[in-house]
Design a protein around this ligand. Structure first.
Ligand code: URA
Length: 434
């Protein structure tokens, strides 16, 4: 088999065989296929596309290019959740204890934040003494004993994807649905998921800006999952404004805890119940999504979810009293309320800018090496459709230094658009893909 012929085939729009795809991924991972040939193939794929069978084969080949997590010693169907990322997305911290309390085993590896979106692992590190790094044995043991564990991603999952993603980044081939979908799904499959719930975000704070683009990505990922024997469900959800009100690590942890106590923001509560119900259904804990929904609401109402949260925190070395006493979390000494000095209904929020406000305050990383301030961030007071009077605060900033405060205030103000007439609130869940 020659790479030249494979490039030629794709250039002519022909379908690549499983053998050809395996040859490409193996050769690119071991270095026998050079960047210039891989770049040519990526551009041919970008221009001519791949069908669902080719996309599934590419996903499997990338998943198998490195370590494959073996979760077979954990009983039950292992269901993973993946979110394509957004601002204020703390769903994993709510979902984990919620589904674990309802009987689903949660063996989750999460990432850190980079750029305008936060990462679950950084948020969890706001909990004093919480260990995000466990040995594989301890990880599996915790899941078997306590029903859940969430750790920082370690090891080399899908190294082919890592190399390919870096090449796509410099060859203008990132924004191809087959390539994005196979990239995301290869990592989920390598991490051991047997069933997957995908939360594909759309809107100003998401990778996919429109519901149509997000739906196409969700449909492609659901098809891959089902094609490779992992039952997959896709949810297309709104990211035209931050999820909940809190943006910033410790602030988001508090909001997640409140949600598990049944006192969270309406959108975050609804989305997590929805995701959790689908996870219970895929894990075969419930016969229908509706029965699953009843069970999920029950574990919030009867306090089992909060008990599971405390058990989880303690099992990873953290102090569970943090759940009742938020003063144990990092907190900012200084706050500033921000107004718009004009009136109207909020018609749009540039959510990526809100993420950048948190970044400016120190809540996120500008580069992989940056250190972050776990206490800082913002609490939004006005969301799309809300009326704002000139002296109404739109948000409160939690900060620790005045150095970039003025820039943050200005950026926050620029993120809001007002309209003179009433504005409808956005739909939270656009679509379900089974
Ligand atoms: N996230 C990924 O993991 N891969 C992509 O290609 C795009 C976003």
């Amino acid at each position: 088999m020659r790479m030249y012929d494979i490039i030629e085939d794709k250039k002519r729009g022909r379908t690549l065989s499983k053998e050809a795809i395996d040859f490409v991924i193996k050769g690119y991972t071991d270095g026998s296929i050079p960047d210039y040939q891989m770049s040519a193939l990526l551009m041919a794929i970008y221009c001519k596309g791949m069908n669902s069978e080719e996309t599934a084969q590419l996903t499997l080949a990338m998943a198998r290019s490195g370590q494959m997590m073996d979760l077979s010693s954990i009983e039950g169907i292992k269901v993973d959740k993946h979110s394509t990322g957004g601002v204020g997305d703390k769903t994993t911290i709510v979902l984990g204890p919620l589904v674990a309390a309802a009987g689903v085993k949660v063996a989750k590896m999460s990432g850190r934040g980079l750029g305008h979106t936060g990462g679950t692992i950084d948020k969890l590190e706001s909990i004093p003494d919480f260990h995000v790094e466990l040995s594989m044995e301890a990880f599996v043991e915790n899941v078997n004993t306590h029903g859940m564990a969430v750790i920082a991603q370690s090891g080399e999952f899908a190294p082919a994807d890592k190399k390919l993603y870096a090449l796509r980044d410099v060859t203008a081939t990132v924004d191809n649905v087959s390539l994005i979908a196979s990239s995301i799904m290869s990592k989920k499959i390598a991490a051991g998921a047997q069933a997957i719930v995908l939360d594909v975000k759309c809107g100003s704070g998401a990778f996919m800006k429109t519901a149509e683009a997000a739906t196409e990505l969700a449909e492609t990922m659901v098809a891959i999952g089902n094609n490779v024997g992992r039952k997959t469900v896709g949810i297309v959800s709104d990211m035209s404004q931050p999820l909940g009100f809190a943006v910033g690590n410790a602030l988001e942890v508090i909001e997640a805890f409140e949600t598990l106590k049944g006192k969270g923001p309406q959108d975050l509560t609804e989305l997590t119940i929805h995701l959790a119900s689908n996870m219970l259904y895929l894990a075969k804990i419930a016969d229908t999504v509706q029965t699953a929904r009843e069970r999920v609401k029950e574990v919030i109402a009867n306090g089992e979810a909060i008990l599971k949260l405390k058990e989880w925190i303690a099992s990873q070395g953290g102090d569970p009293s943090v759940v009742e006493d938020y003063s144990l979390l990092p907190h900012s000494a200084q706050t500033q309320e921000v107004t718009l000095e004009k009136k109207g209904y909020v018609s749009a929020i540039d959510t990526e800018k809100i993420g950048k406000v948190a970044l400016l305050l120190g809540a996120g990383r500008e580069t992989k090496e940056s250190t972050i301030d776990l206490a800082v961030g913002l609490i939004i007071h006005k969301k799309i459709g809300d009326y704002v009077a000139p002296d109404d605060p739109i948000a409160t900033l939690y900060h620790s230094s005045a150095s970039r405060l003025q820039d943050a205030v200005q950026m926050l103000q620029e993120a809001y658009s007002l309209s003179e007439t009433e504005v409808e609130k956005p739909t939270l869940i656009y679509k379900m893909i089974y």
